[in-house]
Design a protein around this ligand. Structure first.
Ligand code: SF4
Length: 239
């Protein structure tokens, strides 16, 4: 009996997670990555640029950048400073320019100029971490991943799916709740929900389609919110 308790809890939480993702999918069937790209390399570059930058700002910068650097060979032949005029409106642009050039050189030297399609090979590229590799994998259709950005991490905690703050641990918790085939879409839906409804400072719980499934939902009175874990944990999630 004792040994089966954690399994039963996990099964219950898996069912709740599936219902949350079902409802978000019904509410936002159009959810998709909001970065503009046409090629695998443009996707990788856009995702690198999107760290700590809004997608809309990245999309304003990339047409000029992609026009000036059409392939890995063009980036590989450049100095990072050559990219600055195109990306200087984005935070950390010097680091990002350096990462893009270094990644392109590795792509050219080790992968024939094509973006690799495995997690290990992506993560081995300079400047490409686990989250970037996961987003690229998912949108290339090359593998399953549940990338955890600031929105996904915040929602995982508010929804009671993870108590962790480390993105890798949050990813482990989320991945255990859903089948691998749903990870990529679930990531996208949580990002969209975080941007549109479950804002960091003031979540719109009254307008949230998963409020009845969320232990962190703000009470109508406003007496307890997502930042009140003790109150939230007492409230039972209902299907
Ligand atoms: S109920 Fe509130 S805290 Fe929970 S997911 Fe919805 S907006 Fe976020």
């Amino acid at each position: 009996m004792l040994a089966s308790a954690p399994v039963a809890k996990r099964t219950t939480e898996s069912g709740r997670a599936a219902r949350v993702i079902d409802r978000l999918e019904e509410a936002m069937p159009e959810a998709r990555i909001e970065l503009d790209f046409r090629t695998d390399l443009e996707l990788l570059v856009a995702v690198i640029l999107s760290a700590q930058a809004r997608d809309v700002r990245v999309n304003q910068a990339t047409p000029g950048l992609f026009g000036a650097f059409p392939d890995a060979a063009a980036y590989a032949a450049a100095d990072p400073e050559d990219l600055w005029p195109h990306v200087r409106t984005l935070g950390l642009f010097r680091n990002k320019a350096r990462a893009i050039v270094a990644a392109a050189r590795a792509i050219l030297a080790e992968h024939g100029g094509e973006v690799p399609r495995t997690r290990d090979a992506l993560e081995a590229l300079p400047g490409v971490g686990r989250k970037t590799a996961g987003v690229v994998l998912v949108h290339l259709g090359a593998g399953h991943a549940f990338p955890v950005d600031t929105h996904v991490g915040r929602l995982a905690r508010r929804l009671g799916f993870s108590g962790e703050t480390d993105p890798d641990r949050v990813e482990e918790d989320l991945s255990a709740l859903l089948p691998a085939a749903r990870w990529g879409k679930a990531h996208q839906l949580l990002v969209w929900h975080g941007r549109r409804i479950c804002h960091a400072r003031k979540p719109d719980c009254a307008g949230c389609v998963v409020a009845r499934l969320c232990p962190g939902a703000t009470a109508p009175s406003g007496a307890a919110g997502p930042s009140s874990p003790r109150r939230a944990s007492r409230r039972r999630a209902r299907p």
